[in-house]
Ligand binder design. Structure first.
Ligand SMILES: NC(=O)c1ccc[n+]([C@@H]2O[C@H](COP(=O)([O-])OP(=O)(O)OC[C@H]3O[C@@H](n4cnc5c(N)ncnc54)[C@H](OP(=O)(O)O)[C@@H]3O)[C@@H](O)[C@H]2O)c1
Length: 244
């Protein structure tokens, strides 16, 4: 078997109804994985499901800010070889407008959801011991911040710290834990950011990024590497995508 393919592996992808999660699910299926996709929006999740290659895939609706949804999702899961966390929102708030509610709502989806889902999956023994992989999508903005991003970036930085501890805790059971930290990629989230700033601001971002704007497949291909046996000696990394 080619060390870069995913034949025989079962992978859960969150945020699979859109953007990077959708593309990761599709690319993983092209590399032979059985993919379980989850998201909130039934129509968009079903669109992803129809884009998957191969057979045996599952789609499960869940709002990952609701504990009972997490529990229901985990109960329905088969044992996984891989887990990709791709949920997120891009709420921007200048520092002087930050409230308790904004902190809570940003962290609820950008941090708590991934941490609580991981805890439930580990607690219910739904992740293979030996040669399994967890991938978090952070952001290049933890190194190169942008104005208005204090809460988004803080939640991502917390996720990166959590991932390093998780890598330590899970190494002995054979689970690798890694983050990818993309620069701006063309997804619906970028469109939302463009609407909050302006098209000119996005054009400037594109000029500033070493390798320009990314396409979702540029992120998905790297995540497939982290899920595949090719990365079996790679853990606790945080890979910048797009060149900084
Ligand atoms: N796009 C970029 O330029 C970029 C750069 C760096 C990092 N990232 C990170 O990459 C990840 C994916 O971003 P994206 O660009 O693909 O965004 P996106 O297209 O807006 O997709 C976000 C996904 O998160 C899901 N989601 C949001 N709230 C949820 C909730 N409460 N429960 C369950 N699912 C929920 C959405 O599901 P529904 O649509 O079903 O609600 C959707 O599938 C995010 O963590 C983002 O911060 C993105």
């Amino acid at each position: 078997m080619n060390a870069f393919d995913l034949k025989g592996k079962t992978v859960l992808v969150t945020g699979a109804s859109s953007g990077l999660g959708r593309q990761t699910a599709v690319t993983a299926s092209e590399y032979g994985a059985r993919v379980i996709i989850t998201g909130r929006h039934a129509v968009r999740l079903d669109e992803t499901w129809h884009m998957l290659q191969g057979e045996g895939h599952l789609q499960l609706l869940a709002d990952l800010t609701i504990q009972s949804d997490i529990d229901r999702l985990v109960a329905a899961l088969p044992v996984l070889d891989g887990l990709v966390h791709s949920t997120g929102i891009s709420e921007l708030s200048p520092a002087r407008f930050i409230t308790k509610d904004i902190i809570a709502s940003t962290f609820r989806i950008s941090f708590d959801a991934s941490v609580l889902l991981t805890a439930a999956i580990l607690g219910k023994r739904k992740l293979t011991k030996g040669n399994s992989s967890i991938v978090f999508i952070s952001s290049i903005s933890t190194r190169y911040p942008f104005v208005g991003g204090a809460m988004y970036i803080s939640a991502k930085a917390a996720l990166e710290a959590y991932a390093r501890v998780l890598a330590l805790e899970l190494a002995s059971r054979g689970t690798r834990v890694n983050c990818v930290a993309p620069a701006f990629v063309r997804t619906p989230m970028l469109e939302e950011t463009a609407a909050n700033f302006s098209r000119e601001a996005v054009d400037k971002i594109e000029e500033r990024q070493l390798l320009g704007l990314g396409d979702p497949v540029d992120v998905a291909n790297v995540i497939v590497f982290y899920l595949a046996d090719a990365s079996r000696w790679v853990s606790a990394t945080n890979l910048i995508l797009g060149g900084g």
